[in-house]
Design a protein around this ligand. Sequence first.
Ligand SMILES: [Zn+2]
Ligand SMILES: [Zn+2]
Length: 352
Amino acid sequence: MRMYFPKPYLDETVYSLLARYQVHAGSVVGEHIWKELFQRRRLTIRMDLPAHLSIIAEWAGMDAQELLQKHTLFPFYAAFMSEARRKSLADEMIHGSGNKILYMSGHMAGGFSTHQNFRFCSLCVEKDRALLGEAYWHRIHQIPGVAVCSIHEVNLGEFPDTKALRSLEEVLYEPVNIDPERKSKEVVGMVKDAVSLLEQENRIEMNFRAKCMARVKEMGLATLGTERICEEKIKAFFSMRCHEELFRMVGIQSVADMSRWLKSILHRERGLYHASRCWALIRILWGDLASFYQSDATWQPFGKGPWPCLNRMAEHYGQSVILRIKYRNQEPRKAIFRCELCGYTYMKKLDG
Ligand SMILES: [Zn+2]
Ligand SMILES: [Zn+2]
């Protein structure tokens, strides 16, 4: 008979919930917790994307979807996935054994380490202890690439990823590295964007690639007609816009590495990307998440056609008879307008 199971705190990870259960139930439980909950002797629960959510939700007296959306990093990873991939990842986490999670979440695609340190904020610890009597692992601190608390804007403390369940209170008994230095505006802004991706539950979808392509065209970093990326311009742009800290946050080694990765996004429509790199790219190309949402997936620098013929000798002068324009590949911000009725051709160039 089930005697007791804790309720998750606000933004607490499932891993943390189970670790607290283990502590609350007492050390006598030991392996029994796994037998009791999962009918197994041992089980690894991931901090970011745990499996077996249907069982855990039942124990916690909650809906599995709620656990998935509010207590795992699923919404962050799912933000850049197609609907079909989202569904299958959710299904694996709720009903599956978890074996396919690393592949399905894009961990393998990003060249990311599949393990990362567990993180906590010492000021959140103080606050939680005062309010709740105990500290717990917050989800917003576990986003890959995030090294700062978005609430207190200080560096997070770290603890090596562990296969065994360790509650934050247990970990805090040991000496841990804390660097309570305030971070730069740029880094804090980026972390806040990541948290908002996590909290808004799957708003971005597969037009991510199209939006990126439209944006690089708009910035003159790709040709308009053939969508060829101007490698040198991209590299120059990245060197100018990104500082080392930002690259380090998302595990990117160099400007060349970043531009290679951008190319792979732009040219593989149905690819699987690591969410952290997509998040970094939004920061680089748009500045912030809000501007990304407002931007269009198509960019029509010369407006919607048809366009007028400018041949003063022709009767149809000024009438919109040109249906197609050609972009000049060497000069991506120039287009050629050719009238099919009279053959008159003119060129237009974008400002800036
Ligand atoms: Zn904090
Ligand atoms: Zn004409």
